[in-house]
Design a protein around this ligand. Sequence first.
Ligand SMILES: [Zn+2]
Length: 258
Amino acid sequence: MTYWIDTHCHLTDDRYRDNFDSYMQKAKENNVAIINVICSSKEELLYILEKQKQYPNLDISFGYYPQDAKSITQENLDFLIFALEEYPQIKAIGEIGLDYYYTKEFADKQKELFIKQIEIANKYNKPIIIHSRSAAKDTYDTLKAYAKTSVLMHCYSDSLEMMKEYQKLGYFISFTGVVTFKNANKVQTNAINVDLDKIMIETDSPYLTPVPFRGKDNQPAYVCYVGEYIAELREMEKEDLQQHLINNYQKFMGINND
Ligand SMILES: [Zn+2]
């Protein structure tokens, strides 16, 4: 039996909280069996840990977002370490990375936070989920120098050449609803050329809603539209793609099915 996995979403967002159950129900209807929720604060983490008691198909990732770098303190980092020891339910660290899109002003702070979190991941042997925007070279250099666990490039939208470099390092490459956008030639080319043993998909909900719901709020259930679009692009059976996506996610998370 194959199914979809949303490998990256922000289900802790306020807009889901009043109707949380209905979003889980909708995901189930669309055959989305696993949902990896990205938590970027203590509050989000504690919220989703509580939800996971009711929904064991929620996976949990936790890490501090690059654009929060200027306000993240040692206390926050200590909490990350505490949480990794206290809650084995945290499967990955992320999203972490570099984002120079709005300003490069805090680049040094971002890099410092990024490296600290990679080192924590190394120590606790956790895979890492990477956010990189307008910072391709620095992201690549930092990962190459420090990362020792599995790496997932979330919402990959840099060049095909860089994607190949990441693949050489064994990193996984994830695609969002952006791939379904009319003008997304670059991302579509990446989705056609990515290795089948490196590809992943996600919604990044509530952002980046795929066609046919573009313009509305996104939700984990819609990851099926990302997957179906890529299966069509690559002219392959949906179930075949799903099997690759499941294998890749399990490999990334360190789950051994032998
Ligand atoms: Zn995200």
